[in-house]
Design a protein around this ligand. Structure first.
Ligand SMILES: Cc1cc2nc3c(=O)[nH]c(=O)nc-3n(C[C@H](O)[C@H](O)[C@H](O)COP(=O)(O)OP(=O)(O)OC[C@H]3O[C@@H](n4cnc5c(N)ncnc54)[C@H](O)[C@@H]3O)c2cc1C
Length: 480
């Protein structure tokens, strides 16, 4: 079989492109090297749907960010993705910073951001009581919102699958060869797949993919790490907006970001690194966050810090998103250098690629279905709905994750869903078991047993996140 389009990578970009392309009469294969979709940048970011105030004027980043922000409203209705409408405040302290804030306000107007305005400290502090007392002027961005990034990627991919797309995980592209009609891709150094067109959405690895087929690659990925602190849901009511400091050449700086499930993110830092997989947190990074956040708020309850994490941005030497057909090989498309605001821009990137960069005339399917059936979580149900759910299926009555109130039934659904998964991290991503205050201290063992039971595997075979990451290594207690 020859695929019309092979998409390399199933982060938010590969997923939104698969959904967009699935509107047309083409056969599509999405290849992912990990054992799950959305494990790269898409799982470790600030989750903000930016307004578009920050990217330089007349760039793809500015155009696609503003368009993408608006498109999320439609995706919310079609795919039932979670969105929290916080609005954003950019904070200036003193005359010098106010000048930069004014420039940013004019940039927001030029970029066609929805309804930006300037507030005084007195106006802003009513809406954001913990705002630093050093703040003098605030840029208000009402269209800033927050989502749950990997849930968006899953929803797009599941919708693409229901419209005929094929998804293949554990499939690393290790070679690409040009053939007469299209390309041959090598998967995991052995399997061969043929494609008429390839779309490279490999995130921080996009340049490595490009070097498999091009001599003169026009961009290099320069991985840029960002570290975060996560506050427990108890911090929910402390901050109302996404709070930004003024941007520097290092990016948007440390932010305060309320999350859709009530947690608060503080971060990210920004440091260029050599190793694309270096996801550890550092003492320097955490200290930097604690220092920089004082530019925004007077109080952070660090006793509510439940975990830390880091993500790696696919920044590139090309000073914008690099979305082009290869100049060496027709039918090979780069969607590269997709760092921030890539999550926001994703649906607009997909549309731009399919409608403006891909020159092939594509026929629309008459029966394309934009909707994804959504099931309420136990947590979202009314009391009457909960009683009925337990009556219909008693697994709803067995709470596995006590912090987040996740039931056995939801975990079983996460294991067996369209994009089902059999790792602890995979279940956490889907059902949120282990995302609360105890961070899985109570429920991880129970989730492990459920995965083993549902997939007929011995307990020792269950992995934490990918292949060869078992949690249980050997028995540590002597049985009497
Ligand atoms: C710290 C940080 C904060 C950010 N904050 C925001 C924000 O608040 N708002 C915003 O709009 N954007 C933000 N971004 C940017 C946003 O997260 C990214 O632009 C977006 O996630 C990019 O998605 P992607 O699909 O291109 O990349 P990824 O999610 O990295 O996906 C690439 C995929 O390709 C796969 N892959 C790689 N090589 C191969 C191969 N050889 N074969 C098969 N598969 C392969 C990977 O496993 C991965 O799943 C942030 C990014 C970071 C890191």
């Amino acid at each position: 079989m020859i695929y019309d389009y092979v998409i390399i990578g199933s982060g938010i970009i590969g997923a939104t492109i698969a959904r967009e392309l699935s509107k047309y009469k083409v056969n599509i294969l999405v290849l992912e090297k990990e054992n799950d979709a959305a494990n790269g940048q898409t799982i470790a970011n600030s989750a903000i749907i930016h307004s578009g105030h920050d990217p330089k004027e007349n760039t793809l980043k500015s155009k696609l960010c503003v368009e993408g922000n608006l498109m999320y409203d439609k995706m919310e209705k079609e795919l039932t993705i979670p969105i929290l409408r916080t609005g954003g405040f950019v904070v200036a302290r003193g005359k010098d910073e106010e000048k930069v804030l004014d420039e940013l306000y004019h940039r927001a107007l030029t970029n066609n951001v929805t309804d930006p305005s300037i507030l005084s400290f007195d106006e802003a502090v009513i809406l954001e009581p913990l705002l630093t007392k050093d703040a003098t002027k605030i840029l208000s961005l009402p269209s800033t919102k927050v989502t749950y990034p990997w849930a968006v990627a899953f929803a797009c991919l599941e919708n693409a699958i229901s419209n005929g797309t094929t998804f293949q995980k554990n499939s690393e592209v290790t070679g690409i060869e040009k053939i007469e009609i299209g390309f041959t891709l090598t998967i995991n150094f052995k399997e061969k797949i043929q494609a008429k067109n390839i779309i490279n959405c490999a995130g921080v690895f996009a340049d490595q993919i490009a070097y498999m087929i091009e001599k003169d690659v026009k961009y290099q990925i320069k991985p840029r790490k960002g570290e975060y602190l996560v506050l427990d849901r108890k911090a929910k009511s402390l901050y109302n907006h996404v709070l930004y400091a003024l941007p520097t050449d290092q990016g948007k700086g440390v932010l305060v970001v309320p999350q859709v499930h009530g947690n608060v993110l503080i971060g990210p830092t920004s440091s260029f690194i050599d190793d694309k997989s270096l996801l550890s947190n550092t003492r320097d990074g955490i200290n930097q966050i604690k220092k920089d956040v004082k530019r925004l708020v007077d109080h952070v309850p660090y006793d509510l810090n439940i975990r830390t994490f880091a993500g790696i941005r696919a920044s590139s030497t090309f000073d914008d998103f690099y979305i082009k057909e290869s100049s060496e090989h027709k039918g090979f498309y780069h969607v590269a250098g997709i760092d921030s605001p890539g999550l926001t821009a994703a649906p607009a990137i997909a549309k731009y690629l399919v409608e403006e960069i891909i020159k092939e005339k594509l026929d629309k399917k008459e029966n394309w279905n934009p909707f994804l059936k959504h099931k309420k979580t136990f947590h979202q149900m009314t009391n009457e709905e909960k009683v009925k759910a337990i009556k219909d299926d008693k697994r709803y009555g067995n709470i596995i994750c006590k912090c987040e109130k996740i039931t056995e039934k939801e975990i079983v659904d996460a294991i067996h869903g369209t994009l089902g998964n059999d790792t602890i991290k995979g279940i956490r991503k889907r059902a949120r078991a282990g995302s609360g205050l105890c961070q899985g201290g109570y429920c991880e063992g129970l989730v492990l047993k459920l995965i083993a039971r549902e997939t007929n595997q011995p307990l020792k075979k269950i992995n934490y996140y990918g292949t060869d990451t078992p949690i249980l290594v050997k028995e540590s207690k002597v049985k009497s």
